[in-house]
Design a protein. Structure first.
Length: 55
């Protein structure tokens, strides 16, 4: 397989996904401070919150 074709196969982006977590603060720290995502929305949702991140 040529490099360009292989590169196209493995360079897909995730557009929308949900990731349930046990500890939202730990997850937010991981995704923002370690993996480099940017917090876009943080909305209260009962005792939890809805978090939206982007790269």
């Amino acid at each position: 397989m040529a490099y360009s074709k292989r590169h196209r196969l493995f360079s897909k982006k995730i557009h929308v996904t949900s990731v349930p977590v046990d500890d939202q603060e730990k997850a937010l720290d991981l995704y923002t401070n370690i993996l480099g995502f940017i917090k876009k929305i943080e909305a209260p949702l009962g005792e939890y919150k809805w978090l939206t991140l982007m790269d």
